[in-house]
Design a protein around this ligand. Structure first.
Ligand code: TYM
Length: 332
């Protein structure tokens, strides 16, 4: 089976609809015919300030949501990044072959650093994409299913793999990003031209996996649309309605055309009501299962530890190979 790697940051209590559609929904399908590694990337999370009292709980909650959403921790390897030291170790080596200008061109870094200002921006945030490259390359992953916002980071990973291979000899598999066409980017319901994100200014446009159904319904009913009252998919002219249609299609397994046809001639209220049912129908069992898993944190921690053991075996072997290629003296 081809190898697959992906991850989500444990930077909030609940994952959101963008993570669900951009990542989890694909992961669930792909795990069947891939040897899949799904990581909770806590090393990435601390590139912006995290409350140490909350980080461990968020990490566990994120893992519980992976499982609740259908990731099978006996078939796939589901683990926590900081449990496998090889990630940080390979990242160091890759840092030394990454150009300063190259890292500076990452748009996510440019966005975040301009938001926080240079003084509040950590060097960790700057080298964050290099750590992501280490994640992927340690597992010889061929495919990396992500949302569109991670495309550039996977491109950098490919460049680094090729550079390392040509400088030090064939070592890494060059991976490919796997990005769904219409749902690569889910937008904020209040601000449908910016992507749905945990760092949104307000939570009203952010649909959370662990929200109560009544909260989810309210947020969907209040989604921003437009004034021409026609249900039609057109990203430029009708970003709000198009976002709702794309979400509906992704979760119901239909095409956008089918959903648009079903709602042709109906009102925005009908579309929102229908969408609320689809989202709640999808999220409710996931939410219930996640909360159930979180009732037994010790069991969850044991499962993560066992999976980290499996991940380490693969990661340590790749790291040893990379160290040897670079010329480090082997510790006998
Ligand atoms: P993160 O934690 O920001 O997001 C996790 C996944 O969710 C996708 N996503 C979205 N997809 C569609 N619409 C949205 N509005 C939306 N928001 C988020 C992201 O594209 C991602 O797939 N650097 C990564 C985590 C990471 C990683 C990796 C991913 C670390 N190492 C190795 C793949 C492979 C990140 O911050 O994702």
């Amino acid at each position: 089976k081809p190898r697959l790697f992906s991850g989500i940051q444990p930077s909030s209590d609940s994952l959101h609809l963008g993570n669900y559609i951009g990542a989890l929904l694909q992961w669930r399908e792909l795990q069947r015919d891939h040897d899949a590694f799904f990581c909770v990337v806590d090393l990435h999370a601390i590139t912006v300030p995290q409350d140490p009292k909350e980080l461990a709980a968020k990490t566990r909650r994120t893992a519980a949501q992976y499982i609740a959403a259908g990731i099978d921790p006996t078939a796939s390897t589901l683990y926590v990044q900081s449990h496998v030291p090889a990630h940080a170790e390979l990242a160091w080596v890759l840092n030394t072959i990454t150009g300063f200008g190259e890292a500076g061109r990452m748009t996510q870094f440019k966005d975040k650093s301009s938001r926080y200002g240079a003084e509040a921006t950590s060097v960790g945030l700057f080298t964050y994409p290099v750590l992501m490259a280490a994640d992927i390359l340690l597992y010889d992953a061929e495919v990396v299913p992500v949302g569109d916002d991670q495309r550039q980071h996977v491109e950098l990973t490919r460049d680094l793999a090729e550079r390392f291979n040509s400088r030090f000899g064939e070592t890494f598999v060059v991976p490919k990003a796997l990005i769904q066409k219409d749902t690569a980017r889910i937008y904020d319901l209040q601000n449908p031209t910016s992507k749905m994100s945990k760092s949104a200014d307000s939570v009203t446009g952010l649909i959370l996996l662990l929200d109560e159904p009544s909260v989810t319904r309210k947020k969907i009913m209040r989604a921003v649309t437009d004034t021409d009252a026609v249900i039609r998919f057109d990203r430029d002219a009708k970003p709000g309605v198009s976002n709702l249609l794309a979400i509906y299609a992704a979760l119901s397994g239909q095409t956008i055309e089918t959903v648009s046809a079903e709602y042709e001639g109906k009102g925005y209220g009908d579309l929102k009501k229908g969408l609320a049912e689809v989202v709640i129908g999808e999220f409710e069992p996931v939410r219930a299962r996640a909360l159930e898993l979180l009732d037994d944190p010790a069991e969850l921690d044991r499962l993560l530890a066992a999976n980290a053991g499996r991940a380490s075996e693969v990661a340590d072997a790749t790291l040893a190979k990379a160290y040897e290629r670079v010329g480090f003296l082997r510790r006998v």
